[in-house]
Design a protein around this ligand. Structure first.
Ligand code: UDP
Length: 389
């Protein structure tokens, strides 16, 4: 019998679902047939009403009044706020999480969202036959304190600073490990014919290419930034990805570009767009940063979601794999400097991106999750296909 794995995610931003899917893809690719995997939106399915409807507020809060999001994020950093909140909510949530987990009947349950870890850990222990509960932190550096709960069996984090935060919040050193940000195994360092790839994407084969994105939802000042680069007379072409933001796509399509420009909505082949580009201009999303590192693509960060993404900016700057430029004018200035004849900054950053990247994180996490699940089956005397140990 395959090992059964349940991921608890929610669509607050695109990153949590894609992190779960990345581990799912890696397990199917490297250990086919060994696992049966399901994903549940715990926020919608297990939070009590009316709380279960508040997840939908994340997008509008971040897009329209990011200070409201920043305030709630900041409040969650205080133990004096988190503790009483969980104490008030857990008695109702515990039963709901137990029922959600039982409906999937997994051997191991994995949280890829800060608000799932605590109720998951409590519920997994309350099952008639307890199962291991794991957290995979998918914020790069300064994820919400809510990610870290000593009651989960193990916490996997993407970077050293994320581990340090977990330790500061009381995790035992032996139960937290730096593995990396889970990114789809489709992202691998590019080694093919870049000119041919560009042609296939409708780009010029030999022109310096600036990729502009704003996460899955096309957030931030993508339009103004693209227009400023277009007006700069830099010798570049633009690839502008609007994600699921239909209005942004319409505005971009309607503009009369001077520079060679390709505009597209949500793409499913992001590895190719990144491999075809020389620089990415993006908000500081953890998924996009981890993917760009794998593709050796220097990052120009044009914005961040306040709270969990602010420290991602410092991470990129301190590791010297990119820079921050929060206005269209400074984006242009930085590009002009990077592209100045004789400047080797882009080559240096590209090398550091590749050195910092963890392209196998999803596989490594898949291996660990599968091992926890198989041990759980064995300990409960259940039949197994094969074992990793
Ligand atoms: N993405 C994509 N197609 C698009 C735009 C974005 O597949 O057209 C993916 C991108 O590769 C990344 C995710 O969406 O995996 C965005 O995650 P990130 O953590 O950067 O930001 P979020 O959207 O969660 O704020």
């Amino acid at each position: 019998m395959p090992t059964r794995i349940l991921f608890l995610f929610s669509d607050t931003g695109g990153g949590h679902r894609s992190a779960a899917q990345a581990i799912h893809e890696a397990i199917d690719l490297y250990w086919p047939g060994r696992a049966e995997i399901s994903l549940a939106d715990f926020y919608v399915e297990a939070f009590p009403p009316p709380l279960n409807r508040t997840g939908a507020l994340y997008g509008p809060m971040v897009n329209k009044a990011d200070w409201t999001w920043h305030m709630s994020w900041k409040l969650g950093e205080y133990r004096g706020v988190r503790g009483p909140l969980w104490r008030a909510l857990l008695p109702t949530m515990k039963g709901r999480f137990v029922r959600l987990i039982q409906a999937h009947d997994p051997d191991v349950v994995v949280s890829v969202h800060p608000l799932a870890s605590t109720p998951m850990a409590v519920a997994a222990r309350a099952l008639p036959q307890p199962i291991p509960a794991l957290t995979v932190v998918t914020d790069l550096v300064d994820g919400s304190a809510a990610w870290y709960d000593g009651r989960v069996n193990f916490t996997y984090v993407p970077t050293e600073p994320a581990r340090d935060k977990g330790l500061r919040l009381g995790l035992e050193p032996g139960r937290v490990e730096v593995v990396g940000q889970p990114v789809s195994p489709r992202f691998q360092p590019f080694s093919g014919d870049r000119a041919a790839l560009r042609r296939r994407l409708g780009l010029r084969p030999d022109t310096t290419t600036i990729l502009i994105v704003g996460g899955g939802e096309g957030m931030g000042n993508v339009y103004d930034t693209a227009r400023a680069i277009d007006a700069s007379e830099l010798d570049v072409q633009l690839a502008v990805i609007a994600g699921r933001n239909a209005t942004l796509k319409e505005d971009l399509d309607a503009f009369d570009w001077t520079a060679p420009t390709v505009v597209t909505g949500f793409v499913r082949n992001m590895p190719e767009w990144m491999a075809a580009s020389d620089v990415i201009v993006t908000k500081a999303g953890p998924g996009t940063i981890a993917e760009a590192l794998i593709e050796g693509l220097p990052l120009l960060l044009s914005g961040y979601v306040p709270g969990q993404e602010k420290a991602n900016v410092d991470y990129v700057v301190n590791e010297r794999v990119g820079a921050a430029a929060f206005t269209p004018a400074t984006v242009v200035d930085t590009l002009r400097e990077w592209l100045r004849p004789g400047n080797v900054a882009l080559d240096d950053m590209q090398a550091r991106c590749l050195a910092l990247a963890k392209p196998n994180a999803a596989r490594d996490l898949g291996e660990r999750v599968l091992a926890w699940g198989e041990r759980s089956r064995r300990e409960r005397g259940l039949p197994m296909t094969t074992s990793m140990e």
